[in-house]
Design a protein around this ligand. Sequence first.
Ligand SMILES: [Zn+2]
Ligand SMILES: [Zn+2]
Length: 387
Amino acid sequence: MEWACTSCPTINKGTDLNCVTCGNPREKKKKKEAYRLPENLEAAEVTDAATRAVFDAGPNWSCESCGSDQRKPNGSCGNCGAGNPTESGSQAPVPEHHESVRHDPFPASFEPEFKPPSKAASIVLVGGIAAGLIGCAALLFFLLWPRDVVARVESIAWSHTATLRQRLVNSAEGWQRSAPSDAYDATCERRKSGTENCHPRDCNGKMEYETCYDQCPRSGTENCNEHECNCHVDRSSCKEDGAGGADCDEVCDECYDQCPRTGTDDCNPHDCNGKMVYETCYDQCDVFENWCQYRYDTWPVATTKTTSGTTHETFWPELTATGNDQRLERSETYEVRFSDEVDRWTYKPDGLQAFARFDPGTSWNATVTVGGVISPVAPVQTTVQAR
Ligand SMILES: [Zn+2]
Ligand SMILES: [Zn+2]
């Protein structure tokens, strides 16, 4: 370090206790003579062991009589001869000057705010779907949920239909595979129906190659031999030792040399491992199938008769099939018409036995859906009348 003489314009070294020009002793109490870091820290570096030993001996002590700085090893003031009050060790050395700069690493208020991704959106979506499903189920339940009614049989109706069919013999010819399954009296011959692939063989052969590479030495250079460089004294790290010196850290950059690259790379791509690859070719061969002349039956309607009524006396149309060339088909429908004070419903029993239960004028316990489908359960006992 250095200090400025207050008696003349000389700047003295930290090792000097007296001004080298005028002999004025440095005094710790004079702020203008305080130790300070020189402009060029590199030039001020202490390299010889003797000077270093002066600084390592500890802080200067201040003479109580004349105020001049004195080295610790000296028993008495070199300036006026007074004794060293700190020699007994009772007085701890006080650092005379502290250039301290606080560096807060970060402002305390700065903390990245982390919010977990909101799940609200997906909850709303799932909730909406669930609500929709529940709504559909509720609507279906409402439509199908029957209510109880007492309904009176207003009227009944029945209808019987008989259909007489007459056999018709048809002649046809065609490929056996597309003839009806109930064809008969067939006479067939072999005919050419087309061609198909046959005699597979390799054809249109061509060479196919893989891609191979040579190995070539790498060109250019790469970083190597990492070492420190651009070293300089870090001014902010310097700590005063109280004896006119300071301990400072040195900071350096990382530097590299440039070395030729080692190893090899793929290079010179070229075709290799060639082999023949073939397609499959076919001849076209004739295909023969059965071509047939045959007969088959259809049953067109010859006569249809219907009977109907509004009582329980049912009967069928007078229509009968004779021999193997005629067929008779029958179908039947029944209806029961219910009503109460407000509504009317039509019920369709699925057979004569079910139809016979409903007498006009009787009342029935029944259920009715919102959709208007009535289901009779049982006659109302008190109103059953003798048949
Ligand atoms: Zn001086
Ligand atoms: Zn003195």
